[in-house]
Design a protein around this ligand. Structure first.
Ligand SMILES: [Zn+2]
Length: 523
């Protein structure tokens, strides 16, 4: 047994080693790409226009449309062709905040940190009202408030306090952590337990959702002035979400503010102590229903090789963001890096063998809709695995959507045959800290849409910095949180990967075609 194992390890190492040895990398072109990406970068300029100039790029919002049109114009100005906003399908209503003011006036004045939940209405002008604590674990608990909440500002009791931690916000991967990732074995894709109807999680989710719906209906019937809910986060950081559906058929809900935990807890303590709290607020939001379609930005550098030019290499990341700030690390960072990648390749006068295509997705935050719609329109349907001819011509899709941190390596998404190839392609960037290849999957972003129809789709391993702890979906996600050196490094490495993928004689090796994934019924 032992000798056999030793023999197969030697064989695999030999194979990897030999496959690695066979994978050619053009050092002159790598050097040109490094020089352009590290010394002549425009990535921060691009990020500035996608963040400070465009604003919060919520799906369907004017700010997202502005950023998309700007990106199309910029890509054209760099020499890309077929640059456009491409519809992927029906999304729903657009929405944006146009006024957001709320403050305690009794027992003293204090303006609170709070953000309207996405797709909720405004207060219809300035309001003033007393804060009322609503305690309801069951629907019947609501009865005792009947007829008492008109124009009031409603707060709920919550066990969540204010998080205090001694842990630093930002962190980079340690060598030990990267080593453990490199040694990891492939984990089969986990069954989406949340939607397994028999699972306790599903039952709990369904119960919570039913209670939330009942509370919304009750508050609407009471015509409350405003609802306060405690946001995740501390130190003035508010992590934002949506308070209603974006569907054009969505039910109306009451105006609701995601409130900073410190302010929320102060109001709650006062009310619970029987001290009267009065607040004033003026929230104005706008819904957009003139165009319910969702759009992705696409553009190309056409291939030049007679045999390979109809084959494609794709890169991308989502451009939409939440509305608390300007979605800098999520995901102007990835979008700017991918645009910069295209600029670098043009600047070094690269004439690719295969066509290179960039896509900046929309509605990723609502469920990868932009990339799933694009894949459905171009490559195939994961529900039936009926594939389109283009599916066979896309060598690989590379994604960036894990914040502003630099690239430390790549997730193979189970595609072990790609390991020696990527090892060779990362080797020239060991000095920049990118050296790790893990067989693991990573999820919850747009490469998954490609993987679902059997196209090699990859997300790079990135340092987290303060993505999870501070910026991801929060009111702190501003241009200031971007790390210029990290973004330059990322664009340089992505440009090199795209170069190699385009020039390679063979396409990137593929895993076995996935089985059809019939839609799991949602109710
Ligand atoms: Zn994201």
């Amino acid at each position: 047994m032992k000798t056999k194992l030793l023999y197969s390890c030697l064989l695999f190492a030999g194979m990897t080693g030999s496959a690695f040895a066979q994978e050619s990398v053009d050092p002159a072109m790598v050097q040109k790409i490094r020089d352009e990406g590290l010394n002549h970068s425009k990535v921060m300029e691009t990020a500035f226009y996608l963040t400070d100039v465009s604003g919060p790029r919520l799906s369907g919002s004017p700010s997202l449309k502005y950023s998309q049109e700007w990106a199309v114009t910029q890509l054209k100005s760099w020499g890309m062709v077929n640059a456009k906003r491409e519809p992927w399908g029906k999304f729903g209503k657009g929405w944006q905040v146009e006024k957001n003011y709320a403050a305690i006036t009794v027992p003293y004045y204090h303006a609170i940190v709070a953000i309207p939940k996405a797709w909720t209405p405004g207060t219809n002008g300035a309001i003033k009202g007393d804060v009322v604590l609503v305690k309801a674990d069951t629907v019947t608990d609501l009865d005792k408030y009947k007829g008492t909440l008109h124009g009031k500002i409603v707060i709920f009791d919550t066990k969540a306090g204010v998080e205090r931690t001694f842990k630093a916000d930002a962190a980079r991967y340690t060598d030990e952590e990267l080593d453990a990732m490199a040694k990891a074995t492939n984990q089969p894709a986990t069954q989406r337990r949340a939607f397994d109807r028999n699972s306790p999680q599903f039952a709990a989710m369904a119960k919570a959702r039913a209670m939330r719906t009942a509370i919304n209906t009750f508050l609407m019937s009471e015509n409350v002035g405003l609802v306060l809910s405690q946001a995740r986060g501390s130190d003035g950081t508010v992590f934002t979400t949506n308070g209603a559906s974006y569907a054009d058929t969505a039910k109306a809900v009451a105006p609701e503010l995601e409130t900073g935990s410190e302010d929320y807890q102060r109001i709650l303590r006062l009310v619970k102590a029987g001290i009267k709290v009065t607040m004033e607020a003026d929230i104005k939001t706008r819904f957009f229903t003139d165009d319910l379609q969702g759009y992705d930005v696409v553009a190309e550098i056409p291939g030049t090789d007679k045999r390979l030019k109809d084959q494609v290499v794709m890169i991308g990341g989502h451009l939409d963001s939440w509305h608390g700030a300007t979605g800098a690390t999520d995901n102007a960072a990835g979008s700017a890096v991918m645009m910069e990648t295209m600029r670098i390749l043009k600047a070094v006068n690269f004439k690719p063998r295969r066509t290179i295509r960039i896509a900046l997705w929309s509605s990723e935050e609502q469920g990868l809709f932009g990339s799933r719609g694009y894949v459905l329109n171009h490559f195939g349907d994961p529900k039936t695995m009926e594939l389109k001819p283009e599916q066979g011509k896309l060598s690989a899709y590379y994604n960036l959507d894990n914040g502003t941190g630099k690239i430390r390596g790549i997730y193979l998404q189970g595609d072990s045959a790609a390991a020696p190839i990527f090892k060779a392609w990362l080797a020239p960037f060991k000095d920049l800290g990118a050296n790790t290849i893990t067989i693991r999957n990573t999820g919850s972003t747009d490469h998954v849409s490609f993987d679902a129809v059997g196209i090699p789709g990859f997300q790079f391993i990135q340092d987290a910095l303060d993505y999870g702890s501070r910026t991801h979906h929060s009111n702190q996600d501003t241009y200031d949180k971007l790390s210029e050196d990290d973004l330059k490094q990322a664009a340089t490495i992505v440009a090199s990967f795209v170069y190699n993928t385009s020039q390679r004689d063979e396409m990137i090796p593929r895993k076995e075609l996935p089985k059809a994934q019939p839609a799991i019924a949602r109710n």
